[in-house]
Design a protein around this ligand. Structure first.
Ligand code: AMP
Ligand code: ZN
Length: 111
């Protein structure tokens, strides 16, 4: 997707603070953090949202979820919240699937 901001981040065409990368996934800090630690995990492949996923994405989705506690621990979090906004009505603003991981505050925001 030529005009997708997260595809551009994956390709390094837009700067981000990368905290992790492998052959399938990139994780980087959210530009507008809602908690002291707030990063996003995105698949390298462009998938619009969770609603566009099918069985072929199962391994990728599992991988991202299993990555969350590892990266959260690396960021110093003892606990964290995950969030996947799906569709306009679900609060999604960037239409490239991403998992929010955030924590570190005394009270965690819900949105
Ligand atoms: P969502 O509402 O789930 O689609 O969340 C999109 C998230 O992407 C928001 O928390 C934004 O702050 C974040 N975001 C947008 N542009 C960038 C960027 N260039 N680098 C890092 N995070 C971004
Ligand atoms: Zn994309």
């Amino acid at each position: 997707m030529d005009d997708c901001i997260f595809c551009k981040i994956v390709k390094g065409e837009i700067n981000s603070t990368r905290i992790y990368e492998d052959e399938d996934v990139v994780a980087f800090n959210d530009i507008h953090p809602i908690a002291p630690v707030h990063f996003l995990m995105v698949p390298k492949v462009h998938v619009e949202s969770l609603a566009q996923c099918d069985d072929s994405h199962g391994r990728l989705l599992g991988k991202m979820l299993l990555l969350a506690p590892k990266l959260a621990a690396e960021q110093g979090l003892a606990g964290f919240r995950t969030m996947i906004n799906t569709g306009h009505e679900g609060g999604q603003e960037v239409f490239h699937l991403h998992v929010h991981v955030f924590g570190g505050g005394t009270t965690l925001p819900t949105t």
